[in-house]
Ligand binder design. Structure first.
Ligand SMILES: Cc1ncc(COP(=O)(O)O)c(C=O)c1O
Length: 413
């Protein structure tokens, strides 16, 4: 079989719809300054689809710091991997400041959040070790687990009893192999918005011997006192042995980091393949991250505003009769029932007639017949944006329920 022949005939679960969806449902272009009002296909839309939680993406001080750093250093510097020639005082300063921010001894910077998690999992475990992980983990955790050459056990999402059952199995096995156990979960699950059961898992440390890895991509900057993360929020940050944060969300940048004990971070620095065999983060990104961190620390009002908008959006949706599931973070899913063609028509109506842009999730990501509209509130949305959206959602759900989005009424864009 020729590889190209194979991919010509099988375009993948999402790629098979590329022809109809490209540019509108997939790969849409949101233009203009990042914020709640952006241009899509030539018209301003109210945008709820970006993880710009604290509104830093277009903050004037951030824009200036980014521009100044780009002018001063360029994007080439430093050249090479950190270990060889790509280190700088700024990289080390950012690592120190991040450690203080998330209450850990030390931190290693990574070029992408996704790559950080994959590579850290790969680096921490060997074939004798056992991984126990949540079933609804993000792709980067799943891919890190896929690289693992030893055993892995998955527990039902946020189910502490099943987690303990898998820990029992892992303990038995690790006693035979002489390996250790790594438990992996998330701070905030990005699809449903529910927090991981970190505190409950951490409590199992009194019975089982394991280390806890938490991917807090959505929680870093949004959760806990001063935005220090979901472990801070749940009062168990010290029980998280390996803490992961990304710059792709609250920081509105690119890159990621892993924080842990000094000894663990030193091990990662000298052994994590994605860092020792790849170029380090460009200086403008590092200097830009320092500026964002300074703003996060000195302006708690951004996080307070995020939560004010979150509470208004979530309580308003519930009062209007919507099902938002079990979220206890800013991530706001709105669950509806309908077919994929109905979901398609609904989104077109929402975008073209109400000028609202949000993400939609349908089968195969969620069960057949379920539609999730996912709203991400930010500190730069307003209460008027919230009210307008709930009103529009009430109208579209009425149309959905009365069959106005059925397949034979397919709209065109
Ligand atoms: C839970 C989770 N982990 C990891 C990542 C990857 O982070 P990044 O976009 O920085 O690669 C994301 C974001 O997409 C995420 O939502």
């Amino acid at each position: 079989m020729d590889i190209f022949e194979k991919i010509k005939n099988n375009r993948g679960p999402i790629g098979q719809h590329a022809k109809e969806s490209h540019g509108y449902f997939t790969f849409p272009k949101l233009e203009g300054d990042i914020g709640p009002h952006m241009t899509f296909r030539g018209r301003k839309r109210l945008n709820w689809s970006l993880n710009n939680y604290l509104g830093l993406a277009n903050h004037p001080e951030v824009r200036k710091a980014d521009a100044d750093a780009a002018a001063q250093f360029g994007f080439a510097a430093p050249m090479g991997a950190r270990m060889m020639s790509g280190n700088s005082n700024y990289h080390e300063q950012l690592e120190n400041e991040l450690s203080a921010f998330v209450n850990k001894q030390d931190t290693i910077l990574c070029n992408f959040g996704y790559q950080a998690t994959v590579s850290a999992i790969d680096c921490l475990v060997d074939r004798r070790d056992v991984i126990v992980y949540d079933a609804e983990s993000h792709a980067c955790i799943l891919d890190g687990v896929r690289l693992h050459m030893g055993k892995r056990y998955v527990f039902k999402h946020n189910d502490i009893e099943d987690c303990e059952k898998q820990l029992e199995r892992a303990t038995k096995l690790s006693e035979e192999t002489g390996g250790g156990i790594l438990v992996i979960t998330e701070g905030v699950f990005g699809m449903r918005g529910d927090q991981g059961i970190i505190k409950e898992i951490a409590a199992l440390k009194s019975k089982y011997n394991f280390r806890l890895f938490v991917d807090d991509a959505h929680g870093c900057g949004t959760m806990g006192k001063n935005g220090g993360g979901t472990g801070v929020e749940q009062g168990c940050q010290d029980d998280i042995d390996i803490y992961f944060g990304t710059f792709a969300k609250s920081f509105a940048l690119i890159g990621g980091f892993i924080s842990s004990d000094e000894q663990v971070v030193e091990y990662l620095r000298y052994n994590m393949r994605s860092q020792i065999f790849a170029k380090s983060l460009p200086l403008p990104l590092v200097v830009g991250a320092l500026k964002r961190l300074e703003l996060m620390r000195n302006h708690p009002e951004y996080r307070e505003k995020l939560w004010e908008i979150t509470r208004a959006l979530q309580s308003g949706l519930v009062e209007a009769g919507f099902d938002i599931g079990v979220t206890n973070s800013p991530v706001t899913p709105v669950y509806m029932n309908g077919s994929i063609p109905e979901a398609t028509n609904l989104i077109i109506d929402l975008r073209e007639n109400y000028d609202i842009f949000c993400s939609m999730v349908v089968y195969p990501v969620v069960p057949k017949g379920m539609i999730i509209l996912r709203l991400i509130p930010t500190a730069v949305h307003t209460i008027e944006d919230v009210k307008y959206t709930i009103d529009a959602f009430s109208k579209i759900v009425h149309k959905l329920k009365s069959g106005q989005y059925m397949a034979d009424k397919i709209a065109s864009v």
